[in-house]
Structure formats: C-alpha cells, structure tokens
Ligand binder design. Structure first.
Ligand code: ACO
Length: 430
C-alpha cells in the first residue's frame, strides 16, 4: 500500500497524489503542498484544527490518552525528578544535561539575569494601573533594541545565547511588572539564590525585611513552571513561530507570543478561576453555581473545568492537584476561597453531569489556587504563565530557525468581499 492519499477534483477529474507523513507518534499527516500547484486549490481549516504547521521534536501530547512529553520524557517523570532550569535545558538542547552541563547552564542563566539599567525606565511610561501583561509585552519587545545588531539569528551560538538571555532576564522583567503597580522598589537578581527563589525574592522582598520563601512554595512554583514550559503548537507558540518566520528579532517574537497568551481564551483562564471563586463567595452558594453550570439556558461555565485537547485527563492537573493540596495544608490557609475550591472539586468529580462529559478540573483550576496561596495577585497569573512558557517559545524559535523547510509563514484566504467595482466620488455616494 502506497503512503499517499489521492485527492480527486470531481469537477474536472484531475487528481493529485499527496504523500502521507508519519511522525514518531500521532495521526498521519497529508502533505498538501502539491495541491495548489497541481489542482490550483487551497485547503480551508479555520483555527488550524486539522493542520500540522511544522515538524517538531520538542513536545508530544495526546489529548485522548492524557499524555504530555518533553523531548520524549513523560511530564510525570520530569515533575518528580527534574526542575524548571533543567527542563529549560532539555527543551532547548534536546537532551538532559550531565552534571557539568547543568552547572554550566545554571551559571550562564545567572550571568544573563541582569537587564540594562535603562530598561527600568520603560516601566515609568505605563499608567499606575496598567495590566502587567501589557507591560510584559512592551518591555520584552523593548529588550529587542538592546540586542538587535548583536543577534545573528542564523548563527547557532548566537541563538543559544539569546535563549539564555530570555530565560535569564524574564524573571526580573516579570517581577518588575508587579512591583511597578504595587509601588515597591525594583529588586536586582541575587545570584546566591536558585532560579525560582531568586524570582520570588525579586517579587516579594521588601527593603525593610529579610525574605525567605518556604521550600514548599519554591517547589510548588517550580512544578508549575515545569508543567507550563511548553505545550506544542498552541496559539502563542504558533505566534512566536509566525513572527520568527519573518526573520524577526527573537525578543520581538517573544513579545508577540506574550500578546497572544494574554487572551482570555488562552492564558487568562487561571485568573478567571479566582474571579469565579470570589463570586461564589460562600460555600452555601456552591450548589447554585454548579446548577447554573449544568443549565443549558445559562451561559455560565465552571472556570477551570474541561479542556479542548485533554478529554480524559489533563496529566498536568493530576500532578499539580497534589502539590496544591500539600501547599494549602502546609500554609494552613483557611480562606473561604480554598474551602469553596475543594468542595467544588469534590462535587464536580462526583456529579454525573461532569463525569459523563469528562469535565475534570484542569491545570488552571489548581495553578490559580497555588498562585493565590503564594500571594500573587490575580492580574499577575498570566505573567507567571509567560515566565514558564518563554522556555518553550525560545526552544520552538530555535527549532524553527534550524528547520531545513524554513519559509515565511503565509496562510492564504477565501476572499468573500465584493467584486471589482469603480471608485464613487463623494458627491455621488448615498
Ligand atoms: N462547565 C460546565 N459545562 C461545561 C464546561 C464547564 N467548564 N466545559 C464544557 N462543558 C459542557 C458543555 O456545555 C458541553 O455540554 P453538552 O455536551 O451538554 O452541550 C460539553 O461539556 C462539551 O463542551 P465543549 O464546549 O464542546 O468543550 P470544548 O472542548 O469546546 O471546550 C473548554 C473546552 C473551552 C476548556 C471548556 O471546557 C470551558 O469553557 N472550560 C472553562 C474554561 C477553562 O477552564 N479554560 C481553561 C482550559 S485549560 C488551559 O487552557 C490551559
């Protein structure tokens, strides 16, 4: 049997043989490259639901089976044995580092942690109540100006240095978004601390007090960053690749990814969970909201439940659920919000409506709770996602630049506007 699919134009009888490409896993893919050349036709796939936009060796996910792997390593094993910086190395370099390579990697990320002092002035241009994601997109875009001439996107060493700069600088840039709004002075990186601890110090320390985050808080954040580091060709990652395909400065590509991640349909769901829990306000209101979620005449949905791709379980949610419970137990936080969340989780896991539709709490349900427990304001949740996902974005950008099939991304369209018509002078218009 040949590995091709025959596409026949029934109007003309013309046909084209399209090769079928197989990856390591996943459904076979029809290579439709010849379609336009042979049949003069494009394909139409709104939202790219059936389109593979690239070949990638970075992340594999199977929504039906609940599988997520980075470079072949199951997310469960990485969550148990690895840490975020090591995962960054894996995503970018393709292999786990040995001890020397990891030490080297950690040191060089630290080396790139500082930002040019002038960059701190960018924040002052924002209004006091600017959304931190708007600041993130602007400031990361501004970093492009510092490394524009010195970045050779066609040179492997230069690309690797860019990756280190992105991962090194993003915690400082992110923490400043929060501190600018809160009115706290900016904190410089402290290289005696680990990556996550250093970020937390830049977020939460005060000049007047010593600050030391708890080991369990550091671990919870580390875990969240591992789980969010990459998720193959989602909207923001595809945006980074699309921008990169135009040979754009990589920091500008990341800024474009940040803008996309900001959207409610993408990175904004964890914030929506907290807003929903605040709206529920008291445990006695839970059932009312559950009933609303089940009512077909009510558009309300339980935020943090269900997933477009993971239809059995979200492997990230399974991992983070335990960390969330551990953190809440350890911190003895008896806020009504956490009580409501745990009760909501219990009801939804036992209720036939949710069981039949496979609506389980997703990663955003728990990540929102963890961020809340750590004292991170809800408008910073998507910034936290940005911090983690930057690793995936830069790994995907590097892969794109090394791709032998590199071409500018240029989708086509079905034009549905008016036919050609003549310009109408103003005095003759209706
Ligand atoms: N609450 C109540 N009912 C729900 C929910 C929910 N959160 N999610 C889906 N349903 C119901 C739908 O009403 C539908 O019921 P029906 O079959 O009786 O009509 C059924 O479950 C299937 O829902 P779809 O809309 O077809 O599922 P889809 O895959 O299109 O949507 C989505 C997935 C968008 C995540 C949806 O579950 C949702 O809106 N969840 C809440 C928002 C959320 O948590 N988003 C974060 C996703 S995780 C992430 O992005 C990292």
């Amino acid at each position: 049997m040949s590995d091709t699919v025959t596409i026949i134009d029934n109007r003309t009888g013309k046909q084209v043989e399209c090769p079928v490409i197989k990856g390591t896993y996943g459904p076979p893919v029809i290579d439709t490259n010849a379609l336009y050349k042979e049949l003069g036709m494009f394909t139409f796939d709104p939202g790219y639901a059936s389109t593979a936009s690239c070949r990638s060796a970075i992340t594999y996910l199977d929504g039906e089976q609940g599988i997520l792997q980075y470079r072949g390593y199951p997310i469960e094993q990485l969550a148990e044995h690895s840490n975020f910086l090591e995962v960054c190395y894996l995503l970018i370099n393709g292999e786990l580092p040995n001890k020397v390579q990891l030490d080297d990697w950690e040191n060089s990320i630290k080396l790139y942690g500082m930002t040019h002092e002038h960059l701190s002035r960018f924040y002052n241009g924002y209004r006091y109540d600017a959304h931190p994601m708007s600041i993130m997109a602007g400031v990361v875009g501004a970093v492009a100006s510092y490394y524009h001439d010195v970045t050779d996107i066609w040179d492997a060493d230069s690309r690797l240095m860019t990756a280190k700069r992105v991962i090194g600088k993003i915690p400082s840039i992110a923490s400043r978004c929060y501190r600018y709004e809160a009115g706290f002075p900016f904190v410089y990186p402290d290289n005696s601390r680990g990556y996550i601890e250093n970020f937390m110090n830049m977020m939460f320390s005060r000049p007047s007090e010593k600050y030391q985050p708890s080991a369990i808080a550091i671990r919870a954040l580390d875990l969240l960053f591992i789980l969010h580091a990459d998720h193959e060709q989602n909207a923001s990652t595809s945006t980074v690749r699309m921008a990169g395909s135009a040979e754009t400065n990589p920091f500008a590509c990341i800024a474009a990814g940040i803008a996309t991640l900001w959207g409610k349909a993408h990175g904004g769901a964890n914030e929506a969970v907290i807003l929903m829990l605040e709206e529920i306000a008291e445990p006695k209101n839970i059932q009312k909201f559950v009933n609303r979620a089940k009512d077909k005449n009510d558009p309300f949905r339980l935020m943090g439940f269900g997933h477009r791709v993971y239809k059995n379980h979200d492997p990230r949610a399974t991992i983070i659920r335990q960390a969330c419970h551990d953190l809440l137990d350890e911190m003895h936080l008896n806020l009504p919000m956490f009580e409501i969340a745990m009760e909501l989780e219990r009801i939804a896991l036992e209720d036939d409506y949710f069981i039949e539709r496979k609506l389980y709490p997703n990663v955003d349900f728990y990540s929102g709770l963890i961020y809340q427990a750590l004292g991170i304001p809800s408008n910073m949740f998507t910034v936290m996602f940005t911090l983690a996902r930057s690793a995936g974005w830069i790994a995907q950008w590097i892969e794109l630049m090394e791709d032998k099939e590199f071409r500018i991304a240029r989708p086509r369209q079905i034009y549905i506007g008016s036919e050609k018509r003549d310009f109408v002078p103003m005095d003759q218009r209706a």
